[in-house]
Each structure stands twice: as C-alpha cells, then as structure tokens.
Design a protein around this ligand. Sequence first.
Ligand code: IMP
Ligand code: MG
Length: 180
Amino acid sequence: MPELSKEVLVSETAIATRVAELAAEINRRQDGRPLVAIGILKGSFIFLADLVRQISCPITCEFIRVRMSEGGNSSSPREIHYDASFNVAGKDILIVEDILDTGITIDYLIQHFKQQGATSIQVCVLLDKKESHKVAVPVDYVGFEIPKKFVVGYGLDFEERYRELPHITWLEGVSWPLAD
Ligand code: IMP
Ligand code: MG
C-alpha cells in the first residue's frame, strides 16, 4: 500500500478561499442566466457541493461517471455513463471535475456535450497537473495548479480510500498514469 504523506499540499482553508473565488467568478460571468452543473463522479462530489452553495444564478445539478473502456489504458477512449433523463440541448453547462491530468476525460466530455447541443460549455477543475497534459483543453476555472504527484483527499481517492480528508495531500509510490 502506498504511503500517505504527512504533509498537506492544499489546506482546508486554502480550498475554502479558492472555492469562494471560483464561485464569485462563475456568478459574474453567468450574470443570472441558468446553469447546469455536471459533476464527474465520484471525485468531484465534495467540490461540487461546496461550489454550488455559493452560486447565485439558478442552478441544477447532474452527475455522470466516466470510465475507461474495458482493457484500456490512460489514453484510451472513454465510455460515458450518465442518467439519460437529463438533456443539455439549449443549456449553459458547467463541467465540474476534481482534477485535470492528461486532459483526455475533459476533452472527451466537451466533444460529447457539443454533439448533444449544449449552448455553452464551461469547465471548472479544482486541481490541474499542468505537466501531465496530453491534449490541450479549454478550462475556464482552475482552483490550483499542482505538481505531478498522485493526490488524494477532498473527494479524490486511491482505490476508494481517502476521499474524506478535508485537505489535499499525496501518496508516495503510486505509478500513475497507467502504462500506455
Ligand atoms: P485525465 O485528465 O483524463 O487523465 O483524467 C483525470 C481523472 O483521472 C480524474 O478525474 C481522476 O479520476 C483521475 N486522476 C488523475 N490524477 C489523479 C490523482 O492524482 N489522484 C486521484 N485521481 C486522479
Ligand atoms: Mg475523476
């Protein structure tokens, strides 16, 4: 089992401050127009919950899961799993994601929601591993740029553990991304 660092990468108070700033920026840009927040499960559940409580325009929440195709690696196409009862056609949507790593997931989702006829697509990520990008993705809101470490906490997991930590820390000795 990889070892959990005893150091904090992003503290609980730093997260709270930044989430408030991101929400203020979203409120300013959205200017009262309705917004659909789409959380990518499971990692974004805490971030989305904190963020939407500070949004002042009319907002609805949807959630999707994105899985790598069977037998795939980190560069493989994604399978998309979501509740078919929601429709993004004609809506302003905000994709809310825990972390941007290769960028492949977000790139995939932007294409997907474009095809579904979303009026506008904005992307909000809490963490951005800038050095790991494999594709260029237009991200509108970034909480924190972080180094290429495997991070956990505030919703992010390693094998389902550590989502409950109130801050972001990292694990030593995780080989990530999966070998291509
Ligand atoms: P990508 O940008 O398509 O490579 O994938 C991003 C996804 O990989 C995120 O939604 C996370 O589920 C997962 N991920 C990437 N880096 C980390 C990390 O450091 N900790 C936990 N999950 C991660
Ligand atoms: Mg995720």
